[in-house]
Ligand binder design. Structure first.
Ligand code: PLP
Ligand code: LYS
Length: 466
Protein backbone atom coordinates (compact mmCIF):
# COMPACT_ATOMS: atom_id res chain seq x y z
CA UNK A 1 0.00 0.00 0.00
CA UNK A 2 1.01 3.57 -0.33
CA UNK A 3 2.33 5.44 2.68
CA UNK A 4 0.02 8.31 1.84
CA UNK A 5 -3.71 8.61 1.44
CA UNK A 6 -4.47 8.03 -2.24
CA UNK A 7 -5.89 11.52 -2.60
CA UNK A 8 -2.88 13.24 -1.14
CA UNK A 9 -1.69 16.46 -2.66
CA UNK A 10 1.53 16.58 -4.58
CA UNK A 11 3.95 19.44 -4.33
CA UNK A 12 6.31 19.60 -7.27
CA UNK A 13 9.43 21.59 -6.79
CA UNK A 14 9.75 23.19 -10.19
CA UNK A 15 7.88 25.95 -11.94
CA UNK A 16 6.92 23.77 -14.87
CA UNK A 17 5.01 21.39 -12.67
CA UNK A 18 3.58 24.31 -10.78
CA UNK A 19 1.97 25.37 -14.02
CA UNK A 20 0.84 21.83 -14.67
CA UNK A 21 -0.76 21.89 -11.26
CA UNK A 22 -2.85 24.86 -12.28
CA UNK A 23 -0.69 27.68 -10.97
CA UNK A 24 0.04 28.98 -7.52
CA UNK A 25 -2.09 27.60 -4.78
CA UNK A 26 -3.68 24.92 -6.93
CA UNK A 27 -2.48 21.41 -6.33
CA UNK A 28 -2.78 18.45 -8.59
CA UNK A 29 -4.16 15.36 -6.95
CA UNK A 30 -2.10 12.27 -7.48
CA UNK A 31 -4.47 9.33 -7.28
CA UNK A 32 -1.63 6.96 -8.06
CA UNK A 33 -0.04 8.02 -4.80
CA UNK A 34 3.41 8.09 -6.31
CA UNK A 35 6.24 9.44 -4.21
CA UNK A 36 6.30 13.21 -3.98
CA UNK A 37 9.47 14.91 -5.10
CA UNK A 38 9.24 16.88 -1.88
CA UNK A 39 8.22 14.10 0.40
CA UNK A 40 9.66 16.01 3.35
CA UNK A 41 6.59 18.18 3.58
CA UNK A 42 3.28 17.47 5.20
CA UNK A 43 0.93 16.02 2.63
CA UNK A 44 -1.25 19.09 2.99
CA UNK A 45 1.55 21.60 2.49
CA UNK A 46 1.48 24.20 -0.24
CA UNK A 47 4.59 26.05 0.84
CA UNK A 48 5.97 26.14 -2.67
CA UNK A 49 3.01 28.16 -3.78
CA UNK A 50 3.85 31.70 -2.82
CA UNK A 51 2.23 33.63 -1.35
CA UNK A 52 -0.54 31.27 -0.30
CA UNK A 53 1.74 28.90 1.60
CA UNK A 54 -0.35 26.85 3.94
CA UNK A 55 -0.29 23.66 5.95
CA UNK A 56 -3.32 21.87 7.28
CA UNK A 57 -5.40 24.50 5.52
CA UNK A 58 -3.89 27.33 7.60
CA UNK A 59 -1.92 30.10 5.87
CA UNK A 60 1.57 29.99 7.31
CA UNK A 61 1.81 33.78 7.33
CA UNK A 62 -1.16 33.90 9.68
CA UNK A 63 0.71 31.63 12.07
CA UNK A 64 3.88 33.73 11.85
CA UNK A 65 1.95 36.91 12.49
CA UNK A 66 -0.31 35.62 15.23
CA UNK A 67 2.21 33.50 17.14
CA UNK A 68 5.50 35.14 16.22
CA UNK A 69 8.67 33.50 14.99
CA UNK A 70 10.47 31.21 15.26
CA UNK A 71 7.57 28.83 15.53
CA UNK A 72 7.22 25.10 15.03
CA UNK A 73 4.13 24.09 13.06
CA UNK A 74 2.88 20.52 13.22
CA UNK A 75 0.18 19.13 10.98
CA UNK A 76 -2.03 16.88 13.10
CA UNK A 77 -3.75 15.27 10.12
CA UNK A 78 -0.38 14.42 8.67
CA UNK A 79 0.81 12.81 11.91
CA UNK A 80 -2.35 10.74 12.04
CA UNK A 81 -2.00 9.70 8.39
CA UNK A 82 1.55 8.51 9.02
CA UNK A 83 0.43 6.52 12.05
CA UNK A 84 -2.22 4.86 9.89
CA UNK A 85 0.27 4.19 7.12
CA UNK A 86 2.37 2.15 9.55
CA UNK A 87 -0.65 0.32 10.90
CA UNK A 88 -1.82 -0.53 7.40
CA UNK A 89 1.62 -1.65 6.27
CA UNK A 90 2.07 -3.87 9.33
CA UNK A 91 -1.45 -4.86 10.41
CA UNK A 92 -0.28 -7.66 12.70
CA UNK A 93 2.47 -5.70 14.41
CA UNK A 94 2.44 -3.31 17.35
CA UNK A 95 3.37 0.16 16.17
CA UNK A 96 4.97 2.05 19.01
CA UNK A 97 5.74 5.72 18.36
CA UNK A 98 9.15 6.81 19.66
CA UNK A 99 8.35 9.82 21.84
CA UNK A 100 11.90 11.15 21.75
CA UNK A 101 11.28 12.38 18.20
CA UNK A 102 8.56 14.80 19.29
CA UNK A 103 6.34 14.70 22.34
CA UNK A 104 3.86 17.01 23.96
CA UNK A 105 0.46 16.30 25.44
CA UNK A 106 -1.29 16.89 22.13
CA UNK A 107 1.03 14.50 20.31
CA UNK A 108 0.65 11.84 22.99
CA UNK A 109 -3.12 12.20 22.64
CA UNK A 110 -3.04 11.80 18.84
CA UNK A 111 -0.86 8.71 19.21
CA UNK A 112 -3.20 7.28 21.83
CA UNK A 113 -6.24 7.98 19.66
CA UNK A 114 -4.59 6.38 16.63
CA UNK A 115 -4.15 3.20 18.65
CA UNK A 116 -0.35 3.18 18.61
CA UNK A 117 1.89 2.41 21.54
CA UNK A 118 4.43 4.86 22.98
CA UNK A 119 8.16 4.32 23.44
CA UNK A 120 9.37 6.51 26.30
CA UNK A 121 12.92 6.75 27.57
CA UNK A 122 12.75 9.06 30.55
CA UNK A 123 10.65 9.98 33.55
CA UNK A 124 9.69 13.17 31.73
CA UNK A 125 8.35 11.37 28.67
CA UNK A 126 6.50 8.96 30.93
CA UNK A 127 4.99 11.90 32.82
CA UNK A 128 3.57 13.35 29.59
CA UNK A 129 2.12 9.94 28.72
CA UNK A 130 0.55 9.65 32.16
CA UNK A 131 -0.85 13.15 31.98
CA UNK A 132 -2.97 12.22 28.96
CA UNK A 133 -3.97 8.86 30.40
CA UNK A 134 -1.91 6.92 27.87
CA UNK A 135 -2.75 3.24 28.40
CA UNK A 136 0.12 1.80 30.43
CA UNK A 137 0.01 -1.55 28.67
CA UNK A 138 0.88 0.18 25.36
CA UNK A 139 3.99 1.88 26.77
CA UNK A 140 7.50 0.54 26.16
CA UNK A 141 10.16 1.96 28.50
CA UNK A 142 13.70 2.31 27.15
CA UNK A 143 17.04 3.62 28.29
CA UNK A 144 20.63 2.55 28.76
CA UNK A 145 20.88 4.18 32.20
CA UNK A 146 17.39 4.23 33.63
CA UNK A 147 17.52 5.61 37.14
CA UNK A 148 15.93 3.67 40.00
CA UNK A 149 13.35 6.47 40.19
CA UNK A 150 12.47 6.04 36.51
CA UNK A 151 12.20 2.27 36.88
CA UNK A 152 9.95 2.70 39.89
CA UNK A 153 7.72 5.19 38.05
CA UNK A 154 7.48 2.79 35.11
CA UNK A 155 6.61 -0.18 37.34
CA UNK A 156 4.11 1.84 39.35
CA UNK A 157 2.34 3.08 36.25
CA UNK A 158 2.29 -0.51 35.00
CA UNK A 159 4.05 0.03 31.67
CA UNK A 160 3.58 -2.89 29.32
CA UNK A 161 7.23 -3.59 28.52
CA UNK A 162 10.51 -2.51 30.05
CA UNK A 163 13.44 -3.00 27.73
CA UNK A 164 16.37 -4.27 29.77
CA UNK A 165 19.56 -2.74 28.47
CA UNK A 166 22.24 -3.99 30.86
CA UNK A 167 22.90 -6.65 33.47
CA UNK A 168 22.78 -4.31 36.47
CA UNK A 169 19.22 -3.39 35.64
CA UNK A 170 17.89 -6.91 36.11
CA UNK A 171 18.06 -7.26 39.93
CA UNK A 172 17.37 -3.53 40.33
CA UNK A 173 14.15 -3.81 38.36
CA UNK A 174 13.13 -7.11 39.96
CA UNK A 175 13.50 -5.49 43.40
CA UNK A 176 10.97 -2.79 42.47
CA UNK A 177 8.18 -5.06 41.30
CA UNK A 178 5.44 -5.35 43.97
CA UNK A 179 4.63 -8.80 45.33
CA UNK A 180 2.18 -10.72 43.22
CA UNK A 181 3.08 -8.91 39.99
CA UNK A 182 5.36 -9.84 37.11
CA UNK A 183 6.85 -7.15 34.91
CA UNK A 184 7.10 -7.99 31.23
CA UNK A 185 10.55 -7.31 29.84
CA UNK A 186 12.34 -7.41 26.51
CA UNK A 187 16.10 -7.76 26.29
CA UNK A 188 17.84 -5.23 24.07
CA UNK A 189 20.44 -7.13 22.09
CA UNK A 190 23.25 -5.68 19.97
CA UNK A 191 22.94 -7.18 16.49
CA UNK A 192 26.28 -5.70 15.42
CA UNK A 193 24.90 -3.99 12.36
CA UNK A 194 25.95 -0.48 11.36
CA UNK A 195 23.11 1.62 9.98
CA UNK A 196 22.03 5.23 10.29
CA UNK A 197 22.85 8.59 8.81
CA UNK A 198 25.65 9.59 11.18
CA UNK A 199 27.99 7.88 13.64
CA UNK A 200 26.22 9.56 16.55
CA UNK A 201 22.89 7.99 15.69
CA UNK A 202 24.06 4.43 14.91
CA UNK A 203 23.09 2.18 17.75
CA UNK A 204 23.31 -1.32 16.32
CA UNK A 205 27.07 -1.89 16.26
CA UNK A 206 29.22 -3.72 18.76
CA UNK A 207 30.93 -1.23 21.06
CA UNK A 208 28.26 1.48 21.20
CA UNK A 209 26.53 2.16 24.49
CA UNK A 210 23.13 0.52 24.03
CA UNK A 211 22.10 -3.05 24.62
CA UNK A 212 23.60 -6.39 25.54
CA UNK A 213 26.45 -7.71 23.46
CA UNK A 214 26.03 -11.13 21.90
CA UNK A 215 29.77 -11.31 21.32
CA UNK A 216 30.77 -10.88 24.99
CA UNK A 217 28.11 -13.23 26.27
CA UNK A 218 26.16 -10.51 28.10
CA UNK A 219 23.04 -11.18 26.04
CA UNK A 220 23.10 -14.87 26.97
CA UNK A 221 23.83 -14.03 30.63
CA UNK A 222 20.89 -11.64 30.69
CA UNK A 223 18.53 -14.35 29.49
CA UNK A 224 19.59 -16.63 32.35
CA UNK A 225 19.34 -13.88 34.94
CA UNK A 226 15.92 -12.67 33.85
CA UNK A 227 14.60 -16.22 33.77
CA UNK A 228 15.78 -16.65 37.36
CA UNK A 229 13.81 -13.60 38.56
CA UNK A 230 10.23 -14.59 39.35
CA UNK A 231 9.24 -10.90 39.30
CA UNK A 232 10.23 -10.59 35.64
CA UNK A 233 8.58 -12.11 32.63
CA UNK A 234 10.81 -12.36 29.57
CA UNK A 235 8.54 -11.92 26.55
CA UNK A 236 10.99 -11.17 23.78
CA UNK A 237 14.04 -9.52 22.29
CA UNK A 238 14.62 -5.99 21.07
CA UNK A 239 17.13 -4.29 18.82
CA UNK A 240 17.39 -0.80 17.38
CA UNK A 241 19.88 -0.25 14.58
CA UNK A 242 20.03 3.51 14.45
CA UNK A 243 18.21 6.45 12.97
CA UNK A 244 17.57 8.01 9.56
CA UNK A 245 18.04 4.66 7.81
CA UNK A 246 17.07 4.96 4.16
CA UNK A 247 17.19 1.32 3.04
CA UNK A 248 15.34 -1.76 4.22
CA UNK A 249 18.32 -4.06 3.82
CA UNK A 250 19.90 -3.50 7.29
CA UNK A 251 16.58 -4.51 8.85
CA UNK A 252 16.69 -7.75 6.89
CA UNK A 253 20.09 -8.49 8.41
CA UNK A 254 18.79 -7.56 11.85
CA UNK A 255 15.90 -9.99 11.49
CA UNK A 256 18.37 -12.76 10.65
CA UNK A 257 20.44 -12.08 13.77
CA UNK A 258 17.45 -11.69 16.04
CA UNK A 259 15.57 -14.75 14.84
CA UNK A 260 18.75 -16.75 15.32
CA UNK A 261 18.90 -15.50 18.89
CA UNK A 262 15.28 -16.51 19.47
CA UNK A 263 16.11 -19.97 18.13
CA UNK A 264 19.13 -20.24 20.43
CA UNK A 265 16.98 -19.40 23.43
CA UNK A 266 14.46 -22.02 22.33
CA UNK A 267 17.23 -24.61 21.86
CA UNK A 268 18.94 -23.82 25.17
CA UNK A 269 16.00 -23.26 27.53
CA UNK A 270 13.08 -24.75 25.66
CA UNK A 271 11.33 -21.35 25.72
CA UNK A 272 9.79 -19.81 22.62
CA UNK A 273 9.75 -16.06 23.16
CA UNK A 274 6.63 -14.62 21.54
CA UNK A 275 7.83 -11.08 20.74
CA UNK A 276 10.43 -9.39 18.57
CA UNK A 277 10.85 -5.61 18.66
CA UNK A 278 12.91 -4.25 15.76
CA UNK A 279 13.11 -0.66 16.99
CA UNK A 280 12.68 2.34 14.72
CA UNK A 281 15.00 4.31 12.49
CA UNK A 282 13.01 4.66 9.26
CA UNK A 283 14.49 7.66 7.45
CA UNK A 284 12.70 10.60 5.83
CA UNK A 285 13.42 13.10 3.06
CA UNK A 286 14.87 16.42 4.13
CA UNK A 287 15.67 17.82 0.70
CA UNK A 288 13.54 18.17 -2.43
CA UNK A 289 15.28 15.32 -4.22
CA UNK A 290 15.35 12.99 -1.23
CA UNK A 291 13.02 10.22 -0.22
CA UNK A 292 12.50 8.27 2.93
CA UNK A 293 12.07 4.61 3.75
CA UNK A 294 8.33 4.13 3.48
CA UNK A 295 6.39 1.92 5.88
CA UNK A 296 5.59 -0.30 2.90
CA UNK A 297 9.18 -0.82 1.83
CA UNK A 298 10.12 -1.52 5.41
CA UNK A 299 7.16 -3.84 6.03
CA UNK A 300 7.58 -5.94 2.90
CA UNK A 301 11.27 -6.58 3.60
CA UNK A 302 10.84 -7.28 7.29
CA UNK A 303 7.78 -9.52 6.93
CA UNK A 304 9.51 -11.61 4.27
CA UNK A 305 12.71 -11.91 6.31
CA UNK A 306 10.82 -12.96 9.45
CA UNK A 307 8.75 -15.50 7.54
CA UNK A 308 11.77 -17.04 5.82
CA UNK A 309 14.10 -17.10 8.82
CA UNK A 310 11.48 -18.52 11.17
CA UNK A 311 10.58 -21.20 8.65
CA UNK A 312 14.24 -22.07 8.21
CA UNK A 313 14.73 -22.44 11.98
CA UNK A 314 11.36 -24.07 12.58
CA UNK A 315 10.32 -21.27 14.89
CA UNK A 316 6.82 -19.79 15.16
CA UNK A 317 6.76 -16.21 13.90
CA UNK A 318 7.02 -13.77 16.82
CA UNK A 319 4.66 -10.84 17.19
CA UNK A 320 6.52 -7.86 15.79
CA UNK A 321 6.87 -4.43 17.31
CA UNK A 322 8.32 -1.46 15.47
CA UNK A 323 9.14 1.91 16.98
CA UNK A 324 9.11 4.64 14.31
CA UNK A 325 9.72 8.17 15.55
CA UNK A 326 11.08 10.48 12.87
CA UNK A 327 9.03 8.96 10.08
CA UNK A 328 5.79 9.76 11.91
CA UNK A 329 6.45 13.27 13.15
CA UNK A 330 9.38 14.53 11.02
CA UNK A 331 7.71 15.41 7.74
CA UNK A 332 4.60 16.62 9.57
CA UNK A 333 6.46 19.60 11.01
CA UNK A 334 8.06 22.74 9.71
CA UNK A 335 9.63 25.81 11.28
CA UNK A 336 8.91 29.42 10.41
CA UNK A 337 11.58 32.06 10.90
CA UNK A 338 11.74 35.76 10.21
CA UNK A 339 14.71 37.19 8.36
CA UNK A 340 16.64 39.66 10.49
CA UNK A 341 19.52 40.54 8.18
CA UNK A 342 20.97 39.69 4.79
CA UNK A 343 24.71 39.86 4.13
CA UNK A 344 26.56 39.43 0.90
CA UNK A 345 30.08 38.10 1.28
CA UNK A 346 32.61 37.40 -1.47
CA UNK A 347 31.69 33.74 -1.42
CA UNK A 348 28.02 33.57 -0.49
CA UNK A 349 24.83 35.26 0.56
CA UNK A 350 23.99 34.85 4.23
CA UNK A 351 20.44 35.17 5.45
CA UNK A 352 20.24 35.47 9.24
CA UNK A 353 17.00 34.56 10.98
CA UNK A 354 15.60 34.83 14.48
CA UNK A 355 16.20 31.18 15.42
CA UNK A 356 19.01 28.73 14.81
CA UNK A 357 20.90 25.97 16.52
CA UNK A 358 18.79 26.30 19.67
CA UNK A 359 15.66 25.20 17.80
CA UNK A 360 17.52 23.03 15.26
CA UNK A 361 20.79 21.55 16.51
CA UNK A 362 20.84 18.84 13.82
CA UNK A 363 23.09 20.55 11.25
CA UNK A 364 25.76 21.21 13.87
CA UNK A 365 25.42 17.79 15.53
CA UNK A 366 25.08 15.54 12.50
CA UNK A 367 25.86 17.71 9.47
CA UNK A 368 22.15 17.40 8.62
CA UNK A 369 20.98 19.27 5.53
CA UNK A 370 17.80 21.30 5.10
CA UNK A 371 16.16 23.48 2.53
CA UNK A 372 14.19 26.68 3.00
CA UNK A 373 11.50 28.61 1.19
CA UNK A 374 10.37 32.18 1.14
CA UNK A 375 6.70 32.49 1.99
CA UNK A 376 4.36 35.42 2.30
CA UNK A 377 5.22 37.26 -0.87
CA UNK A 378 5.88 36.46 -4.47
CA UNK A 379 9.31 37.29 -5.82
CA UNK A 380 10.05 37.68 -9.49
CA UNK A 381 13.78 37.44 -8.84
CA UNK A 382 15.73 34.30 -9.67
CA UNK A 383 16.46 31.95 -6.81
CA UNK A 384 20.05 31.29 -5.89
CA UNK A 385 21.80 29.11 -3.35
CA UNK A 386 21.78 30.92 -0.05
CA UNK A 387 23.11 30.08 3.40
CA UNK A 388 20.50 30.32 6.11
CA UNK A 389 22.15 31.08 9.43
CA UNK A 390 20.87 31.45 12.96
CA UNK A 391 21.26 34.18 15.55
CA UNK A 392 23.51 32.27 17.95
CA UNK A 393 27.06 33.16 18.83
CA UNK A 394 28.70 30.41 16.81
CA UNK A 395 29.97 30.43 13.26
CA UNK A 396 28.64 26.88 12.89
CA UNK A 397 25.09 28.03 13.57
CA UNK A 398 23.88 27.21 10.06
CA UNK A 399 20.35 26.00 9.39
CA UNK A 400 20.61 25.34 5.66
CA UNK A 401 23.35 25.54 3.06
CA UNK A 402 22.42 26.23 -0.53
CA UNK A 403 18.79 27.02 0.21
CA UNK A 404 16.98 28.21 -2.94
CA UNK A 405 15.95 31.73 -1.92
CA UNK A 406 15.22 34.65 -4.26
CA UNK A 407 17.87 37.24 -4.87
CA UNK A 408 15.76 39.98 -3.27
CA UNK A 409 15.38 38.17 0.08
CA UNK A 410 15.32 40.87 2.75
CA UNK A 411 14.82 41.60 6.45
CA UNK A 412 11.23 40.97 7.51
CA UNK A 413 10.66 38.11 5.08
CA UNK A 414 9.35 34.85 6.48
CA UNK A 415 11.09 31.57 5.72
CA UNK A 416 9.70 28.05 6.07
CA UNK A 417 12.08 25.16 6.75
CA UNK A 418 10.38 21.80 6.16
CA UNK A 419 10.89 18.43 7.84
CA UNK A 420 11.47 19.78 11.33
CA UNK A 421 8.82 17.74 13.11
CA UNK A 422 11.23 15.26 14.70
CA UNK A 423 14.24 15.91 16.93
CA UNK A 424 13.77 19.68 16.84
CA UNK A 425 11.31 20.63 19.58
CA UNK A 426 12.53 17.62 21.55
CA UNK A 427 16.19 18.63 21.21
CA UNK A 428 15.78 22.38 21.50
CA UNK A 429 17.98 24.23 23.96
CA UNK A 430 18.00 27.65 25.53
CA UNK A 431 21.49 28.45 24.26
CA UNK A 432 22.30 32.16 24.57
CA UNK A 433 19.27 32.27 26.88
CA UNK A 434 16.92 32.05 23.94
CA UNK A 435 13.43 30.86 24.83
CA UNK A 436 12.26 27.77 22.97
CA UNK A 437 9.66 28.32 20.22
CA UNK A 438 6.02 27.40 20.62
CA UNK A 439 4.42 24.48 18.82
CA UNK A 440 1.34 25.36 16.81
CA UNK A 441 -0.81 22.47 15.64
CA UNK A 442 -2.82 22.81 12.46
CA UNK A 443 -5.74 20.71 11.24
CA UNK A 444 -8.74 21.31 9.04
CA UNK A 445 -8.04 24.99 8.60
CA UNK A 446 -7.59 25.73 12.30
CA UNK A 447 -4.45 26.46 14.28
CA UNK A 448 -3.88 26.22 18.02
CA UNK A 449 -0.90 26.53 20.32
CA UNK A 450 -0.13 23.14 21.89
CA UNK A 451 3.15 24.19 23.53
CA UNK A 452 3.54 27.85 24.38
CA UNK A 453 6.62 29.93 23.70
CA UNK A 454 9.28 29.93 26.43
CA UNK A 455 9.52 33.56 27.51
CA UNK A 456 12.45 35.31 29.15
CA UNK A 457 10.46 35.22 32.40
CA UNK A 458 10.39 31.42 32.18
CA UNK A 459 14.15 31.40 31.83
CA UNK A 460 14.69 33.82 34.70
CA UNK A 461 12.35 31.90 37.00
CA UNK A 462 14.75 28.95 37.28
CA UNK A 463 17.67 31.16 38.23
CA UNK A 464 17.31 31.68 41.96
CA UNK A 465 20.14 34.19 42.22
CA UNK A 466 22.53 34.66 45.07
C1 PLP B 1 15.05 2.36 21.07
C2 PLP B 1 14.62 3.31 20.02
N1 PLP B 1 13.49 3.08 19.36
C3 PLP B 1 13.04 3.92 18.41
C4 PLP B 1 13.77 5.04 18.06
C5 PLP B 1 13.20 5.91 17.01
O1 PLP B 1 14.05 6.18 16.01
P1 PLP B 1 13.61 7.01 14.74
O2 PLP B 1 13.11 8.32 15.20
O3 PLP B 1 14.84 7.10 13.97
O4 PLP B 1 12.54 6.21 14.07
C6 PLP B 1 14.98 5.30 18.69
C7 PLP B 1 15.85 6.43 18.28
O5 PLP B 1 16.64 6.25 17.36
C8 PLP B 1 15.41 4.43 19.71
O6 PLP B 1 16.52 4.66 20.37
N1 LYS C 1 18.62 12.97 17.57
C1 LYS C 1 18.88 12.21 16.38
C2 LYS C 1 18.17 10.89 16.35
C3 LYS C 1 18.45 10.08 17.55
C4 LYS C 1 17.63 8.88 17.61
C5 LYS C 1 17.39 8.46 19.00
N2 LYS C 1 17.71 7.07 19.27
C6 LYS C 1 18.56 13.04 15.15
O1 LYS C 1 18.16 14.14 15.29
O2 LYS C 1 18.73 12.61 14.05
Amino acid sequence: MSTAPTTRTVVRDDDQTREANGGPGVLRRDPAGSRTPFAAEPWSATTRFQPVASTGGVPLMDIAERHGTPVYVVDETDVRARCRAFRTALPDADIVYAAKAFLCRAMATWIRQEGLGLDVCSGGELAIARSVGFPAERIVFHGNAKTPRELLDAVEYGVGRIVVDNLAEIPRLAGLVPPGRRQKVLLRVVPDIEAGAHASIRTGGEGQKFGLSIATGDAAAAVVRVLRQPELHLVGLHCHLGSQILAAEPYERAVRVMVEQLARIRDTYGIVLPELDLGGGQGIAYLPDGHGLTPDEFAVTVAKAVRERCAALDLPEPRLTVEPGRSISGPAGLTLYRVIAVKRTLSRTLVAVDGGMSDNPRPSLYGARYTARLIGRRSAMPVRPTTLVGHHCEAGDVIAEGAPLPADIRAGDVIAVPATGAYHHSMASTYNLTGRPPVVAVADGAARVVVRREEIDDLLRRDVGL
